[in-house]
Design a protein. Structure first.
Length: 86
C-alpha cells in the first residue's frame, strides 16, 4: 500500500472535516477509498476484514452526516491499521 500517501490523504480529509467542507470531504474520501480498494488485494484475510469493517462504519458515518464520527474513524481506526501494515 502507498502508506504515506494514504496517511497524507487522511490528514487532508480530517482538516476538511473540521473546516466543514463537506463537498471536498466526500471527493477526497472517494479518492482515498479508491486507492485503498486497489491495494486491498495485497492484504491478508485479517487485515482485509479490519479494513472492510472500518469502511462499513465510514459508510454509516456518511449516511448519517456524522462527520465527527468519520474523523474519529479515520484518526483512531484507519490510521492505526495503516500504521500496523507498514
Amino acid at each position: 500500500m502507498k502508506f504515506e500517501n494514504i496517511l497524507i490523504d487522511i490528514e487532508k480529509i480530517e482538516s476538511n472535516i473540521f473546516e466543514y467542507n463537506t463537498n471536498i470531504i466526500i471527493k477526497e474520501l472517494l479518492s482515498l477509498i479508491s486507492v485503498m480498494y486497489d491495494q486491498m488485494v495485497n492484504l491478508n484475510k485479517e487485515e482485509l476484514n479490519k479494513v472492510n469493517k472500518i469502511l462499513n462504519y465510514i459508510n454509516v458515518a456518511l449516511e448519517n452526516k456524522d462527520y465527527l464520527f468519520l474523523a474519529d474513524l479515520l484518526t483512531y481506526e484507519l490510521k492505526s491499521i495503516i500504521l500496523e501494515m507498514r
